[in-house]
Design a protein around this ligand. Structure first.
Ligand code: DAH
Length: 341
């Protein structure tokens, strides 16, 4: 004799594999399982033979079985009245409902463009933490405590630990890469950075940068210029001109800022270039020997170049976005405009 549980198991299998081909089969199913003399009733009738101490458990099993049998019937009930014979009730040839698709954020798209341009000349991508310590964000970059260059960047400090800051630039990732001591290095470090600025169209308390670092034997300023010139022609087109202006950064010597000819007016003067014909896009230079020494790299043997650019700035120039706040407001009308780039 099959035990009650085994019987139920067999019925469950039968129910699970059942799909009615027409309304008659569904009605037969109903009579077989759910009818007044059906299997569900019959099985419930067996409860009287179950010993008292097992009644609770058996009750749960029976209820679950009943629900399964009813659910199968409910699943197909609406297909009665001949609908089953006519095939599925859903017309699969109808066009589906359009679901709104999200788009990539413009800053991420531009970051991807920057990365893929530099990947072609051998750069790989490195990332680092956004909560940084003083050593990686400042001191190792030739900016000791009380160095006036620290004032160039208004810093958010982390209250739990006076040594921690929200990184003010992606140059901190350069430091972490040099620390690993694997030479030569050729990396690109994109990421979010933070500065204590009042939010306006031209400044934000967080923005994005992309750092580049190349250290090897015999790297020269000419290599830096050529790499950046290549980047600019890929990013802004072959007619774009570049110029380097001497500048100061504690972690590079010599240092420069690079401008490109204005992409809006082509150099004749407009609001973007403040009627100068040029727009600044990045800072760069040869890695300072002190910085190399900080990481045990011999500046007599190795030289390197570094550069850092703002991703918002590149996006602003390329797509004429004039208000930095747009990037973080999540206005779909703004974000959608970049769908096809
Ligand atoms: N860290 C600089 C800043 O945030 C940008 C920069 C300038 C990065 C020159 C560099 C560099 O790597 O060489 O303003």
């Amino acid at each position: 004799m099959q035990s009650l549980q085994e019987q139920i198991k067999a019925y469950e299998q039968d129910i699970n594999s059942f799909t009615p081909a027409d309304a008659k089969e569904l009605e037969d199913y109903r009579i077989k399982y759910l009818g007044t003399k059906g299997i569900v009733k019959q099985i419930f009738g067996e409860m009287k033979n179950v010993p008292v101490e097992q009644k609770k458990e058996a009750g749960q099993v029976l209820n679950a079985f009943k629900q399964l049998a009813e659910a199968k019937y409910e699943e197909f009930k609406h297909l009665q009245n001949g609908a089953l014979e006519k095939g599925p009730a859903v017309d699969i040839t109808m066009p589906g409902t359009q679901l709104p698709l999200g788009t990539r954020h413009p800053l991420r798209m531009v970051e991807n463009q920057i990365v893929s341009i530099f990947e072609k000349i051998g750069f790989s991508v490195a990332t680092g933490p956004e909560i940084e310590d003083d050593w990686h964000n400042f001191t190792s970059l030739n900016m000791p405590e009380h160095h006036p260059a620290r004032d160039m960047q208004d810093t958010f400090y982390v209250s739990q630990n006076p040594d921690w800051v929200l990184r003010t630039h992606t140059s901190s990732v350069q430091a972490r890469i040099m620390e690993q001591g694997k030479l030569p290095v050729r990396v690109l470090c994109p990421g979010r950075v933070y500065r204590n600025e009042t939010i306006s169209a031209r400044a934000h308390c967080f923005f994005h940068q992309c750092e580049g670092l190349y250290i090897d034997k015999g790297v020269s300023f000419a290599d830096l210029k050529q790499a950046l010139y290549y980047f600019v022609t890929e990013m802004f087109g072959p007619d774009t001109k570049v110029r380097f202006r001497p500048s100061y950064f504690p972690f590079t010597e010599p240092s420069a800022e690079m401008d490109i000819s204005c992409t809006v007016c082509g150099g004749s003067g407009c609001n973007l270039c403040k009627h100068t014909g040029w727009v600044e896009i990045l800072g760069c230079g040869m890695v300072h020997p002190n910085m190399l020494r900080n990481f045990g790299i011999d500046p007599e043997v190795y030289t390197g170049y570094a550069f850092g650019m703002g991703i918002e700035r590149i996006t602003q120039i390329k797509y004429q976005v004039n208000d930095l706040r747009l990037y973080s407001q999540n206005d779909v009308r703004f974000l959608k405009q970049f769908q096809s780039i």
